[in-house]
Design a protein around this ligand. Structure first.
Ligand SMILES: [Zn+2]
Length: 108
């Protein structure tokens, strides 16, 4: 995912979401890109972000799907908080993953 598109995705998520536990708005530094698909002019892409609330440190995952390379973004989903064990489970899953990122997003 190009840097420009990552920044657009984060701006979009900051506008459209807030912490579900304390209601705080997220900052640019609240987001960590975990995985993304390769984006070509003919294909939509997606990015999976880990989000940490700057106020209460609650964690959540968010997936953003791009409608085009120019960056019309759509929030796909926001899930409940995740634990350190969830992150470790994802780490172990990704370590053993043999497919490409596009296949990965189909699995998630
Ligand atoms: Zn919070």
């Amino acid at each position: 995912m190009p840097l420009k598109l990552i920044k657009q995705a984060i701006d979009y998520l900051r506008k459209k979401s807030k912490c579900q536990f304390c209601g705080s708005r997220f900052t640019e530094n609240s987001f960590l890109l975990v995985a993304s698909t390769v984006i070509t002019p003919d294909a939509d892409g997606a990015g999976l972000f880990l989000v940490i609330c700057p106020n209460c440190f609650a964690q959540a995952s968010m997936m953003v799907e791009t409608a085009s390379v120019l960056g019309k973004l759509q929030q796909k989903s926001m899930q409940q908080s995740i634990t350190a064990n969830d992150v470790l489970d994802m780490h172990n899953f990704l370590k053993s993953w043999n497919g490409d990122v596009r296949e990965l997003f189909k699995e998630i």
